[in-house]
Unconditional design. Structure first.
Lengths: 532, 382
């Protein structure tokens, strides 16, 4: 490895105008990564606050805090923002910061496009958020099924459609940039298979996004023409079919959930070996597994629609293909566990979150397998069992991985360590309250509580009280994360070393801490085995 | 207390084996149900659950062992192994075989669920925002089933009864040990007709009819709810199925059979104001109050207020028109096909004379007024 050049730091802005110019016109991957991450952190608290309202409403039966219409709006916005405003941009933020550093590139391949990819987002979120002031806001769930969202949708639906168009554009541009960067900007000597797993996770995710985002854009455009221009794509009265909407939506929607998880697989594959002080077990198999999962994700979408009345042959095909996903996913979990086996483990906060990922994402995988069994799915579908399932994959899967990734790399970004004690508190409070919140939801669903209802029968009271209490603790615990992020940015902690972690491997750790504004400005060389 | 704790621990350890309605414990497993299909679903559910538990125990044991034994603080030094193709193949193939074994019974049950041939009774289930309509295709019986939990209980002004939000005015009555075929569809948006004890969840999709079937083993009352978000009152359209012996069912059928003589009431007799108002109030509270609220205040902007609203205080023709024909694209359905002339006349009279709507000084000359069934019949024919 050659030198990681310490480039020039960004000159401190003298006036507010300079400061605004820096952030608005920046083409630096580190600045844009920061913008993505801070935006998603803000949206995390916004959508989290909505979840708190939902749990407040459900803490006891009876009409309480929210009227049913506003409750539905909260359910819708919580889902839309968490998916499009939190997890996706946060992983793009990690990609922006890390991909060039990990492959020894000076920046992303298309820096101006990168700037535009980000700056589309705030406008999309403002448009989406503005619907909250157009009583009623979208109130049909984040899946916005027709005809509830078309013939029966409120006027604000059009704003949601436009926001989704813009977010989709941003994702497509971001994906093109990531693919171009990883294909063209690798350090000399780094073959594709030598790329760190985090890069591989994003490489495959970018192709998924390119495949599905145009489908979503097309779907919402069809909604728009159904609503305003007299078409009947989703309207049976005009010769269309409401189920067509669900097919199109889930053809986007299922790969989308892998968009939310494949980069997380990458993060975990960096962190587990680092704190086990041992190479990742079955590195190439791990890469192939991501590829197989991505391929399978395209051919399982009907498992969201088993109760709609699709033909038996379709139910069988999609049951088998869905069950098949358990194989590569299982292989990944086995490989992570084997990586830790006979390692030399330490438990800093990033590793704790990674272990939390291993335990609870696996439980989410199990309930996913149960949901794949079509006859049983007839009882699970649209109940709290599903709510429990997807929160078990999205929180320990995506959110824990994001937290782990930030704790892992923030010392490199800021040059200062986070507060380990606060980090440990954050982890334990999060993981315990997460389980208090979502584990009882399995029971609620099995006992027959449908999802998306603002009030419920008395038999569901006990577990709902428990879930609500857990949710409030979970929400408060995230303030510790905010504290730690600010703690690092303000440089209150110990100075970070260049390598930061004893077991760290990879080009990013060869740069100084904090990482200079410009890195790898001269062509660099990569030697095999430098990354996990 | 101690006994209770022990019980919980035991059940969690045993993978909550029994579908318990234990005295103090809330239900936390799937129902075994009362149909052959629901039993098989339950068995599949427990089987796949047990498989997951076993795999989970193995994986988590290795993980926990490493967490305890292989920590640096205990002086663990990391080993150097980092790949083994044979192990990778092994732990891809074993899960694959387990999945195949799991898929076989699942496929069998699924094929049985789809076999709706040779039914004894056909019932058409239609979802409306926010109630269900049941139509016995073989007997000509047809009625709506509305939530019957009083508003006071929902607003916590009265004590909630045992079947809060799970009770209806007219349950679906079916005989036991007969193959009942349900034809499920919707009048407006997508709903989902779900009765856990019957092992049926079938989405109600406007413009399409999909089937499901059940053969109920024992008499009883089985409750369910709409499972697909269908608008504001999605949480308030429960399903109650009352399964009776053939004998009791026949009795019920005879009582509810449509009268063969007077199908089309020709000359609708005028009704007194009191009769209209009292029948109107009753009907309003089952049919209209879910959206427009018992006090006529509605839930603006989705559901306009009737108290002092333009339609309920304006010209009668407009009022009759919207009740008969609805407002397309909204939850305001066309009630013309759902209700008789007398019923519609009663509801409109009630709406026009309640909550101060008949105050002509305030709302003008058109306010108030008694609407007779004959006027509805006339409006229908226009």
């Amino acid at each position: 490895m050659s030198h990681a050049t310490a480039g020039h730091g960004y000159p401190h802005a003298k006036t507010l105008g300079d400061w605004i110019k820096r952030w608005v016109f920046t083409t630096n991957h580190k600045d844009i990564g920061t913008l993505y991450l801070l935006t998603s952190l803000l949206m995390f608290f916004v959508a989290g606050a909505m979840a708190m309202l939902i749990r407040m409403q459900l803490i006891h039966p009876g009409n309480r805090l929210l009227d049913p219409d506003f409750y539905n709006q909260m359910v819708t916005m919580h889902g839309l923002i968490m998916v499009f405003g939190v997890i996706m941009p946060a992983f793009v933020g990690l990609a922006n910061w890390q991909l060039p550093l990990m492959i020894g590139a000076p920046d992303m391949a298309l820096p101006r496009l990168n700037n535009w990819s980000f700056w589309l987002l705030p406008f999309a979120f403002i448009i989406l958020g503005s619907t909250l002031f157009m009583n009623p806001a979208p109130n049909f769930g984040w899946t916005f099924y027709a005809p509830l969202s078309t013939t029966y949708g409120p006027p604000s639906t059009d704003y949601m459609i436009f926001a989704i168009h813009i977010m989709g554009l941003s994702s497509i541009l971001g994906s093109i940039n990531i693919i171009a960067t990883l294909l063209n900007m690798r350090a000399g000597g780094m073959k594709l298979m030598d790329m760190p797993i985090f890069c591989w996770g994003w490489f495959i995710t970018a192709f998924l996004l390119l495949g599905i985002m145009p489908v979503l854009a097309g779907t919402v455009t069809m909604m728009l023409t159904d609503r305003h221009f007299g078409t009947s794509f989703f309207n049976a009265a005009g010769g269309g079919d409401p189920l067509l909407f669900q097919h199109l939506f889930w053809f986007f929607g299922h790969p989308e959930v892998y968009v939310l998880i494949l980069p997380a697989f990458g993060v975990i594959s960096e962190i587990v070996p680092t704190f086990s002080r041992k190479r990742l077990f079955g590195r190439s198999i791990m890469i192939y597994a991501i590829g197989i999962i991505a391929f399978l994700s395209y051919i399982v979408w009907v498992h969201h629609m088993f109760t709609t009345g699709v033909p038996l042959a379709a139910e069988l095909f999609f049951m088998y293909s869905t069950m098949l996903i358990a194989v590569p996913t299982g292989v990944k979990v086995f490989n992570w566990v084997t990586t830790m086996f006979r390692g030399s483990l330490t438990f800093e906060t990033p590793m704790l979150f990674a272990i939390g990922f291993l335990f609870f994402f696996t439980i989410g995988g199990f309930s996913g397998l149960m949901l794949a069994i079509v006859p049983a799915d007839f009882q699970y579908q649209d109940t709290y069992f599903v709510v429990a399932h997807f929160h078990y994959v999205l929180i320990p899967g995506s959110v824990f991985a994001l937290m782990a990734g930030v704790y892992f790399w923030i010392p490199k970004w800021t040059g200062y360590m986070y507060n380990e004690k606060i980090g440990q508190w954050h982890f334990w409070l999060t993981v315990i309250s997460f389980n208090i919140t979502f584990f009882p939801m399995h029971f609620l669903g099995l006992a027959g509580m449908p999802r998306r209802i603002p009030d419920y029968a008395l038999q569901f009271t006990d577990f709902n009280v428990i879930a609500s209490i857990g949710a409030f603790i979970f929400g408060l615990a995230q303030l510790l994360f905010l504290y730690n992020v600010i703690y690092c940015i303000r440089g209150q902690g110990r100075k970070a070393t260049d390598r930061v972690w004893e077991g760290a491997r990879g080009l990013e750790w060869l740069t100084p801490s904090p990482v200079p504004y410009h890195t790898f400005t001269h062509s660099s060389e990569f030697e095999k085995g430098e990354s996990h | 207390m101690k006994k209770c704790l022990l019980k919980i621990t035991l059940m969690i350890l045993m993978g909550f084996v029994a579908p318990v309605w234990a005295e103090n414990l809330p239900r936390f497993n799937m129902t075994t149900g009362v149909t052959p299909i629901s039993h098989q679903i339950y068995t599949l559910h427990m089987l796949i659950f047990a498989i997951c538990v076993v795999i989970g125990i193995i994986v988590f044991s290795v993980l926990i062992y490493s967490l305890i034994e292989h920590r640096k603080s205990k002086g663990a030094v990391s080993a150097d192994f980092h790949s083994s193709l044979s192990i990778e193949i092994l732990w891809a193939v074993i899960p694959f075989i387990i999945l195949v074994l799991m898929a076989i019974p699942a496929t069998q049950v699924l094929m049985e669920m789809n076999d709706t041939a040779h039914p004894d009774i056909n019932i058409k289930v239609t979802g409306y925002q926010w109630k269900w309509q049941y139509e016995y295709l073989d007997y000509g019986i047809k009625f709506f089933s509305n939530l019957s939990t009083p508003e006071d209980q929902r607003q916590s002004r009265a004590k909630k009864n045992q079947w809060y939000l799970l009770e209806v005015d007219h349950p679906l009555v079916v005989p036991i040990n007969k193959k009942i075929r349900f034809l499920v569809t919707s009048n407006d948006v997508i709903h989902s007709w779900w009765v856990p004890a019957l092992g049926i969840k079938r989405d109600a999709i406007p413009g399409f009819i999909y089937e499901a079937w059940a053969s109920i083993e024992k008499p009883g009352i089985y409750r369910g709810q709409c499972a697909e978000l269908c608008g504001i009152n999605h949480g308030f359209m429960p399903i109650v199925v009352e399964a009776k012996t053939q004998e009791d069912f026949d009795k019920w059928r005879a009582e509810n059979a449509p009268s063969t003589t007077a199908t089309a009431p020709t000359a609708a007799a005028p009704m007194s104001q009191d009769a209209l108002m009292s029948e109107g109030k009753e009907l309003y509270n089952t049919t209209c109050s879910v959206c427009h609220k018992p006090d006529g205040s509605g839930m603006p902007p989705a559901f306009p207020a009737l108290r002092g609203g333009k339609i309920a205080t304006g010209a009668t023709a407009g009022h009759i028109d919207i009740v008969l024909h609805g407002k397309p694209g909204t939850a305001m359905q066309a009630f013309g096909p759902q209700l008789t002339d007398e019923q519609i006349a009663a509801i409109i009279t009630y709406e026009r004379n309640s909550w101060g709507n008949n105050d002509q000084g305030k709302y003008g000359k058109a306010a108030g007024g008694i609407i007779q069934p004959a006027e509805i019949a006339k409006a229908r024919n226009q």
